[in-house]
Design a protein around this ligand. Structure first.
Ligand code: FAD
Length: 375
């Protein structure tokens, strides 16, 4: 009997645990550790901000969903890994001590490095989490005129949500954008190609921004935020009256001493998603050190690959499944400018499609996924 420990209860952790439970049955023990008892469907957070769904519709009880799968849940936070002993130190509600494993899957997402940009924490909104999203929502409700700036910080890896927020603001304030009392600007630290991991959608996206009267600014690496201005390393000073800035993403510093992380503390993996230099360990999702945007569909695909390879190892076989790094995303403009992007980061192959269909498709896909993840 093998003892598999999954750390993290987001897309990566939940899908890994679910796949393992379905493949392995009750013969092996699968345990998931997460500080949060709630699973949040992050891709719907932009809709939450604009009142298109409720918190209850995009969250569910994680221990309940895991219990139905036969997966044990521990509420707690991983504070250290001892690979030689195959043990993980956990602190939290259910346990303060060490838990052993035969196989480890690290799916702890990303850390928001708010302190990297002075003033960001105090003056800017972000939407990473239901509380932050609702706070931004209230600020929008109280906003009447002036300049709204939304942007991606250097090192932030979520361009889809930034673009969708800009489109949703343009729809929400349609009349005021037309009469000029509200303007919307979107900032990127480099080019759109950089933001989307190499995908070439500059012309398509710029055309859509133009049609919605959204002013797009490129090469604005934000370095500081004051109470009414965004400053960049390239000497920009951009005034704002309402600001949503996606914070820089980093990995977790407590893995540094193991020598398994890159310069931004993301975990280094091989194509089978095994953690480099740490036997019997896999990493999936935003925590992994791969280039380009960090997206849920990548976390899901990585979870499937890691689970398949663990099953092979348990059967005494070589891990066979390899991960292919691809961006597949819908940028929902709420109408005919919605974009479907499929881009092979390692292959440089790209498909772009445009149309209202992609807005409906994203809505339907989100609803289907939320339902499926709960079951
Ligand atoms: C506003 C927004 C919009 C988005 N839109 C899209 C979209 O349209 N399409 C798309 O594909 N993706 C989208 N994403 C990205 C997607 O949500 C993430 O890529 C995905 O959540 C990553 O999954 P994950 O499991 O790696 O991390 P997470 O979902 O962040 O889960 C990490 C888990 O690990 C837990 N954890 C953290 N530290 C520890 C620790 N030390 N010990 C134990 N547990 C720990 C956390 O509590 C959490 O449960 C969006 C994200 C946001 C915020």
């Amino acid at each position: 009997m093998s003892n598999i420990l999954v750390i993290g209860g987001g897309f990566g952790g939940l899908v890994t645990a679910k796949r393992l439970a379905l493949e392995l049955g009750k013969e092996h023990t699968i345990t998931l550790v997460s500080p949060n008892r709630t699973f949040t469907f992050y891709p719907a957070l932009v809709r939450l901000v604009f009142g298109d769904c409720s918190v209850d519709e995009i969250t569910f009880d994680l221990p309940e969903a895991l219990a139905e799968l036969g997966v044990r849940y521990i509420q707690g936070e991983m504070t250290a890994v001892h690979p030689m002993l195959k043990r993980v130190a956990i602190e939290g509600g259910d346990i303060n001590g060490e838990v052993s494993y035969d196989y480890l899957v690290i799916a702890i997402g990303r850390r928001l490095a708010l302190g990297q940009i002075p003033g960001l924490r105090e003056h800017a909104h972000h939407i990473l989490g239901t509380k932050a999203a609702m706070k931004f929502s209230r600020a929008i409700d109280n906003f009447n005129e002036g300049r709204i700036v939304v942007g991606l910080s250097p090192g932030s890896r979520l361009p889809v949500a930034v673009c969708e927020t800009a489109f949703a603001l343009a729809r929400h304030f349609d009349e005021k954008v037309k009469d000029g009392s509200i303007s919307i600007s979107v900032l990127f630290p480099g080019s759109l190609e950089d933001a989307f991991g190499g995908a070439r959608l500059h012309d398509t996206l710029l055309e859509a921004f133009d049609r919605h009267k959204i002013h797009a600014h490129f090469d604005v690496p934000v370095s500081e935020v004051t109470k009414d201005e965004v400053l960049s390393t390239k000497k920009h000073r951009i005034h704002y009256d309402l600001l949503m800035l996606m914070p820089p993403f980093r990995g977790f510093t407590n893995l540094r001493e193991l020598g398994i992380v890159d310069d931004d503390d993301f975990i280094k993996v091989d194509e089978k998603l095994r953690v480099e230099g740490m036997p019997a360990s896999y990493a999936v999702g935003d925590a992994v050190g791969l280039s380009g945007p960090k997206l849920a569909h990548m976390a899901v695909r990585q979870a499937e690959v890691a689970a398949a390879n663990i099953v092979s190892e348990i059967k005494g076989e070589e891990p066979r499944e390899a991960y292919v790094h691809e961006v597949a995303a819908v940028i929902d403009s709420g109408g005919p400018d919605s974009i479907f992007l499929h881009y092979g980061v390692w292959k440089d192959e790209q498909t772009i499609k445009k149309g209202r269909f992609w807005s409906w498709a994203k809505d339907a896909h989100d609803a289907y996924w939320r339902h499926k993840a709960k079951k």
